[in-house]
Write a protein that binds this ligand. Structure first.
Ligand code: NAP
Length: 246
């Protein structure tokens, strides 16, 4: 389904990003595995992709820094080729009630989750425009669609990602590049493992399908949007949330 394509997945050493990288490789793509701190995990993901018979590199870059994003794209182009599929997955949380949140906590989340995606969209967009094809998929969140108490920074970033997706979809449609977002619900990763038990129970009670999602559930949705099957879909937000958003 994705043979001959080069994918770049940000934050792909662990969690949802890792599942996306492995799933895209499983469908035939060569994959650049970006990480910021988890070198060992990213190298392991890259090794597993190579074991599937695809090309892979692990590349360190803090995506909140524009110059590091530029270096990341340069390395991917040199070693794997022009990026056909960009997945903006890297993200962090700094939760707290709005009235107590510091400027640093607000900025940290915006810088990684929103500005980092913007830098990568810009760099990928330039390459894809020349090629007149491409797929840009960003991992938003149900929090960006519905809002969530204690996450004003995260909700702003994730809602902003949806706005950027719609804007870029219109800007790039003329070059046959599609731009979409996936909005996960409550997925079993390190990000949710740290939540207090009471919060976990309360969130789970809001999921009609009655269980947490797996990183692979998000990865399959991303693979579909990255494929030729989704050629006529752009500017959309696909919820993968067990019905939480209904
Ligand atoms: P996770 O397990 O905490 O993983 C976060 C990933 O982001 C890590 O690979 C991390 O890499 C990377 N990252 C963080 N800051 C970075 C930076 N500055 N530069 C490059 N990479 C960076 O989280 P996850 O649950 O897999 O989440 C993945 C995405 O899905 C996030 O955007 C998150 O907001 C979104 N999401 C998750 C859920 C959920 O329930 N889990 C729900 C909705 C949306 P390093 O370890 O190398 O720093």
């Amino acid at each position: 389904m994705l043979s001959g394509k080069v994918a770049l997945v940000t934050g792909a050493g662990r969690g949802i990003g890792r599942a996306i990288a492995l799933t895209l490789a499983g469908y035939g793509a060569d994959v650049a595995v970006n990480y910021s701190g988890s070198k060992e995990a990213a190298e392991k993901t890259a090794d597993e992709i190579r074991a599937l018979g695809r090309r892979a590199i692990a590349v360190r870059a803090d995506i909140s820094k524009e110059e590091e994003c530029a270096e990341l794209f340069q390395r991917v182009q040199q070693e794997l080729g022009v990026v056909d599929i960009l997945v903006n997955n890297a993200g962090i949380t700094r939760d707290g009630l709005a009235v107590r949140m510091t400027e640093q906590e607000f900025d940290a989340v915006i810088d990684t989750n929103l500005k980092g995606a913007f830098f990568c969209m810009k760099l990928a967009g330039k390459q894809m425009m020349k090629k007149r094809s491409g797929r840009i998929i960003s991992i938003s969140s149900i929090s960006g669609v519905r809002g969530n108490a204690g996450q004003i920074n995260y909700c702003a970033a994730k809602a902003g990602l949806i706005g950027m997706t719609k804007c870029l979809a219109k800007e790039l449609a003329g070059r046959s590049i599609t731009v979409n977002a996936v909005a996960p619900g409550y997925i079993d990763t390190d990000m949710t493992a740290v939540l207090p038990e009471k919060v976990k129970e309360a969130v789970l009670a809001q999921v009609p399908l009655g269980s947490m999602g797996r990183p692979e559930d998000i990865a399959e949705a991303v693979a579909f949007l990255a494929s030729e099957h989704a050629r006529y879909i752009t500017g959309q937000v696909l919820s993968v949330d067990g019905g939480m958003g209904i």
